[in-house]
Design a protein around this ligand. Structure first.
Ligand SMILES: [Zn+2]
Length: 423
């Protein structure tokens, strides 16, 4: 929990600084020094460069949106598509060369470079993602009230219902696309769901359906090769110790020496890939983050700004709420009215800490990744929106009808939540 530091003053605005544990302090008023932080095990000039780029991308996007500047995301998508195209052509060429080397005058010594080339090209192929085979899949005949609510939210967003609805023990809900057919999947996390008020449920459904409606640039198949390839190659060749190689080399001095030699020879490849990965992600991240902000705005138009803000504040305290939920699950009290009340108590108790906790997420969760921008940024931008009513209003009775349908599944998930500590 961030705490104020007595006798300190921000060099920019003279406000007393705050700090979290023994981290470098920051200014709660103007956010001075919020980016001056290195997580424990990730230090060094390259990590610093990475974090500086991540903060520049995140603050740049946030401030642009604050001033109403929301450029179309087309240019980034085209650039990522072109990079993917070049990588795809290289992989195909590699595959063709590998096949040719392996089949010419079979069996010949050219098999030695041929087969690894084929394997390497196949390993780097684009992945389409899969639906979760362990998830409980909800259907219209079994859960009519839930689907009626989903349909109302979808209609307000002018979109279709998802192809598949999963119900899992997670704390958070999400929308994702899977398979070559790009099936749209709504994944409802039971632990969070049972702690949301009826209107917060509308907000989370609206957020997930909006993300499925407009798609996230980070999920676009056209950009997969550009985003993933450099990182995978650089991980593979990264300087020692690589745990996978260590496993083979254990106790074998000659192998260990060969491993070191390969690593040194591969260092330029690895460094080049790391640099290319950084450049691609720095280019792409502002667009990815704008997608999340856009879905926040869409969800607040459907569920109302207030429900969206309280929903994100609950996300801020996910770990704490999950601990409460699993304690209640262990007592056999894993059901909505009790869990909503317990979540409400936690939120009331922590109300005074929320502003500092929001800021702490900016420090902790700012990265060059395909994930959401820090909750601190998202909640701040929601606060800037003009107050708006809800397009879809859900009643307590409707929520209870949904939970009554889900009761057998909730009962089954209770054991998992009871034994699962949040991590
Ligand atoms: Zn300040």
């Amino acid at each position: 929990m961030p705490t104020p530091m007595p006798d300190s003053a921000c060099p920019r605005c003279r406000t007393a600084l705050v700090t979290h544990l023994s981290e470098v302090p920051w200014c709660p008023a103007c956010l001075w020094n919020i980016d001056a932080f290195e997580p424990g095990d990730k230090k060094g000039p390259l990590r610093r460069l990475y974090r500086r780029l991540a903060f520049r991308a995140a603050f740049g996007t946030f401030r642009a949106l604050q001033t109403g500047d929301d450029p179309a995301r087309g240019a980034t998508a085209v650039a990522l598509g072109l990079v993917s195209l070049v990588i795809g052509a290289l992989l195909l060429a590699m595959l063709a060369l590998g096949v040719r080397l392996s089949t010419a005058d079979f069996p010949a010594p050219t098999l030695l470079p041929g087969v690894p080339l084929i394997l390497f090209a196949l390993w780097l192929r684009p992945r389409f993602g899969k639906t979760d085979p362990h998830a409980t899949v909800l259907t219209r005949p079994v859960s009519p009230a839930l689907f009626a609510l989903i349909d109302r939210v979808a209609a307000a967003l002018d979109t279709r219902a998802p192809h598949r609805v999963e119900f899992v023990e997670d704390a958070v809900s999400a929308g994702y696309v899977a398979g070559i057919g790009r099936r749209r999947v709504l994944r409802i996390g039971a632990t969070g769901w049972l702690m949301y008020t009826p209107q917060e449920r509308v907000a989370i459904l609206a957020w997930c359906l909006a993300s499925l409606r407009d798609g996230h640039a980070a999920d676009a198949m056209a950009s997969q090769l550009a985003l993933r390839t450099f990182g995978r190659v650089s991980d593979m060749f990264l300087a020692p110790p690589n745990p996978r190689w260590n496993h083979w080399c254990r106790g074998n001095t000659r192998m260990a020496l060969i491993e070191r030699l390969v690593a040194v020879l591969m260092l330029p490849v690895s460094a080049l890939c790391w640099g290319a990965e950084l450049a691609v992600w720095r280019l792409a991240v502002p667009g990815f983050q704008r997608d999340h902000y856009r879905d926040d705005r869409a969800a607040s138009a459907v569920a109302g700004g207030e429900a969206m803000r309280t929903l994100l504040d609950k996300h801020l305290l996910t770990a704490e709420l999950h601990t409460v939920a699993s304690a209640m699950a262990r007592r056999g009290e894993f059901a909505a009215p009790g869990l909503i009340a317990a979540a409400g108590e936690v939120m009331d108790r922590r109300a005074g800490d929320l502003p500092a906790l929001r800021q702490a997420t900016i420090r902790r969760d700012t990265a060059l990744s395909d994930g959401a921008p820090a909750l601190g940024f998202r909640i701040a931008l929601l606060g800037d929106l003009a107050p708006a009513g809800a397009a879809v209003v859900s009643s307590r009775a409707e929520s209870e009808a949904v939970d009554a349908e889900l009761a057998p599944h909730i009962k089954r998930l209770r054991g998992k939540v009871a034994s699962d500590w949040y991590n």
